[in-house]
Design a protein around this ligand. Sequence first.
Ligand code: NAP
Length: 271
Amino acid sequence: MTADFKTHYGPWALIAGGSEGIGLEFARRIAAAGINLLLLARRPEPLAAARKQLLSEYPVEVRTASLDLAEEALEETLAELTAELEIGLLVYNAGAMHGAALFHDDSLAKARQLVQLNCNGPVTLCYHLGGPMRERRRGGIILLSSMSGLTGGAYIATYTATKAFDIVFAEALWAELKPYGVNVLGLIAGATDTPAMTRSGIDMGEHAMRAEDVAKEGLAALEDGPLHIAGENNRLFASLLRTDDRRQSIEMMSQGAAGMYHLPYPIDIDD
Ligand SMILES: NC(=O)c1ccc[n+]([C@@H]2O[C@H](COP(=O)([O-])OP(=O)(O)OC[C@H]3O[C@@H](n4cnc5c(N)ncnc54)[C@H](OP(=O)(O)O)[C@@H]3O)[C@@H](O)[C@H]2O)c1
């Protein structure tokens, strides 16, 4: 990345979900461009490890804060954390689903938590950080979405819906902020090898992308929004999902989700 990158997106970047996986790979590349980092995640240990690693590799400042992006008080916490920082780049990475179940077999609390994390979180951060970017006439926002956001799917109902929200929200902000020199990108990832996915015991098949490749593609596509689908295989799958026959795309997504979590599809109603 060029010196222009730092001028346009510096001096600070906030990565929501920046302690590991795709978020940490974003952090590496952004730090390599000379931009300071504020990393957010829940668990303090991976955050501390990420900070140590980044400081040893790049001459930038790295701050961390342990918080839950799904918490009600996010707005106040964010205001405190960012009061003195000029944030020119926001990457909202947190938001994967862990485990899969039929909507009514899982708790309402879990579904609401995903809505908080994938809808309220991006809205809150984009509002408070994107406004100053618009005033400065420069900056960038990347919202991580998923192939699951392209169509609904059984076993992952709330996840697919919240990830669709992120796609449409990124598109709208792209249209609103582009005239002000602020680049917005909805980055659509498919199966990606991350620590979170490994912990969840998911079977991602042989085509999972590397987290570093997703981050690399995302940063390369930032100026060229509104959307980018990471990976050739995912772009191919997306073209199959882009059918007018929504029943067919829902079928494909449902089969995929069931396969990854070793669940029956068609749904076994005798279970
Ligand atoms: N991995 C895949 O196969 C895949 C596929 C499609 C799309 N994506 C998208 O890629 C993004 C990253 O996914 P991922 O697999 O790396 O898993 P993830 O569970 O979203 O974790 C990524 C980062 O976010 C943090 N995080 C998660 N929940 C958080 C919360 N409530 N509050 C604050 N921080 C939180 C994690 O640290 P803590 O756990 O310590 O909080 C970690 O640093 C997500 O938006 C996901 O939807 C991933």
